[in-house]
Design a protein around this ligand. Structure first.
Ligand SMILES: [Zn+2]
Length: 287
């Protein structure tokens, strides 16, 4: 009996080595072909730009900041040779959100656009609309209740505007901002564009599902956004403020910073790019 086991020892060792090698390889490959989603809050100065990178190589860019600064950031973040962005979201057509997206539209192949489609009269917005027409890019007009699937377990859910507002004109474009939630597994990120109290209030009254782990603080930390009631409904553990260093607006305001005092705050003016990696259960700060 002993003799027979002894004969088999080399095979047992070989099997163990193969198992170990398989384990190591699955770990190595797991890093390259993982199920991790990256959510990068790009430092684009005084403005907003959020890049979502899905494991299936689908990318979503939510706003583009005030300049072509976003292009260098995309160059760093996208896989080498990837000139295609699956979805652009324009929360509202103010230049600190729109300008960078116009540059992206000129240089990247864009599969789809989600926007409100409101009427605004800047030359830049005209260029944006012309490029969309010229490139024949499908546009979805945002409306609460829409869910856009990006990849397995990854979607963006729209909470505002409550109904489509395309073709309409507004005095206060901030109040037209798309509010939405990035959902990946159990992780949630709420973005609000430059929405202020007058958008937060109806969402609260309607009992919208605002709860999120990460809150992208509204309107770069303006005192008219991020009310205490709103924060109580979102209950974020992390707040991200996209804001330019030494901006002339005084963003983020002391009022908002003190409302956020119990929450971990990340700021693009102080921290530059803020990148998170998420698996299905949690997000953590990536390198
Ligand atoms: Zn803004």
């Amino acid at each position: 009996m002993w003799q027979r086991v002894k004969d088999k020892i080399p095979y047992i060792i070989l099997a163990a080595l193969l198992l170990a090698a398989g384990f190591v390889w699955s770990r190595v490959l797991g890093q390259d072909f993982s199920d991790k989603v990256r959510i990068d809050f790009l430092d684009v100065g005084q403005g907003s730009a959020i890049l979502v990178l899905a494991p299936n190589n689908n990318q979503v860019l939510i706003d583009g900041g005030p300049s072509d600064a976003v292009l260098a950031k995309l160059g760093e973040a996208l896989p080498f040779g990837d000139r295609q962005i699956e979805l652009l979201i324009l929360t509202h057509p103010d230049s600190d959100h729109l300008s960078g997206l116009v540059e992206v539209l000129k240089r990247y192949e864009v599969n789809q656009i989600l926007e409100t489609g409101i009427v605004a009269d800047s030359a830049e917005y005209q260029t944006w609309n012309d490029l969309i027409k010229q490139k024949n890019i499908p546009v979805i007009f945002a409306q609460a209740g829409q869910t856009i699937k990006i990849a397995d377990n990854l979607a963006i859910k729209i909470l505002y505007p409550l109904a489509k507002i395309n073709g309409q004109e507004f005095k206060n474009t901030n109040a037209t901002s798309i509010v939405g939630k990035i959902i990946y597994g159990q992780n949630t990120v709420l973005f609000t564009g430059d929405a202020e109290k007058q958008t937060e209030q109806p969402l609260l009254m309607l009992g919208a599902d605002l709860k999120a782990d990460i809150l992208v603080v509204g309107h770069h930390g303006s005192k008219n956004s991020t009310s205490l009631e709103f924060l109580a409904a979102v209950m974020p553990s992390i707040a991200v403020i996209q804001v330019g260093a030494k901006n002339t607006y005084g963003h983020p305001t002391q009022e908002v910073l003190s409302r956020l005092k119990e929450i971990d705050i990340f700021r693009t003016d102080l921290d530059s790019d803020i990148d998170f990696a998420c698996d299905l259960a949690k997000c953590w700060q990536a390198e």
